[in-house]
Design a protein around this ligand. Sequence first.
Ligand SMILES: NC(=O)c1ccc[n+]([C@@H]2O[C@H](COP(=O)([O-])OP(=O)(O)OC[C@H]3O[C@@H](n4cnc5c(N)ncnc54)[C@H](OP(=O)(O)O)[C@@H]3O)[C@@H](O)[C@H]2O)c1
Length: 280
Amino acid sequence: MPVLSGTSRLAGVCGWPVAHSRSPRLHGFWLQRHKINGAYMPLAVAPENFTTAIRGLVAAGFQGTNVTQPHKLAAFAICDTVHDSARRAGAVNTLIFRDGKITGRNTDGWGFVAHLRGSGVDPKAGPALILGAGGAARAIVAALQDEGVPVSIANRTRARAEELARELPPLKVLDWDDRSAALADHALLVHTTSQGMHGHPPLEIDLSRAPSSMAVADIVYVPLETPLLAAARARGLRCVDGLGMLLYQAIPGFSEWFGVTPQVDDELRRFVASDLIGEK
Ligand SMILES: NC(=O)c1ccc[n+]([C@@H]2O[C@H](COP(=O)([O-])OP(=O)(O)OC[C@H]3O[C@@H](n4cnc5c(N)ncnc54)[C@H](OP(=O)(O)O)[C@@H]3O)[C@@H](O)[C@H]2O)c1
């Protein structure tokens, strides 16, 4: 932790609870690497205190904050300006304070696409199939559509996928039971459910219909190598793990708050991943 001064720049992450957040470790790494006169703090803010806490941070001269559960929807209401990225993703994860005004963005979808590119996968190589229709799926669908990628979606609860399709057209809804057969028509598979996460059963899918050129991305990052990625690797498919999305999504906020655009590299990956080992 650096010694702060009267001119230190301050940011943080608001969540309830916030103890599980990797953001202080991640931003702390970049602050040290770039020798920045600043700090990034965990901010445990109960839902009923969210507005008071954010107004207080603005008044105290913070540069902004990340916003995590359960505040991602409440954060809309407090913004003076909301980026299209947040509107389309249906959630705000980054607040930027300037001259007493609050701007809200969502960087999850951008982070996902930046990580794909960083892994050597061209998102525009062909149609993408998204499994899951939760908050993360929505941000990813919007970001891939913004890249001009045709997107299909399958979710266990079909109605939820259909609701997303109404909000983010054109989005093709497929039956959850058809997910294995549908692989043949796609260049990219993105898994966004909680299946395969530590303590959850693996995603059930048969990869035998996947084209040999398919890239398989799993946004679950505990464990780093999910059963899905292990199966994809065994078939010789290109694999993209979930940690990169977490790291890349932090770049725009850090850059706005601290004035330096940081890099995602192996040293950062190792530093953040070492904190995930053995996690329940
Ligand atoms: N890498 C990253 O930076 C990053 C960022 C955000 C989230 N994530 C990870 O992504 C996952 C989803 O997060 P989220 O915020 O989108 O969660 P969410 O909004 O709660 O959505 C959960 C999704 O998982 C599906 N699901 C849950 N149990 C299932 C089961 N047994 N079989 C099939 N589908 C099931 C749900 O389907 P139903 O609609 O049918 O319930 C829904 O589509 C989590 O593991 C989270 O850790 C990673």
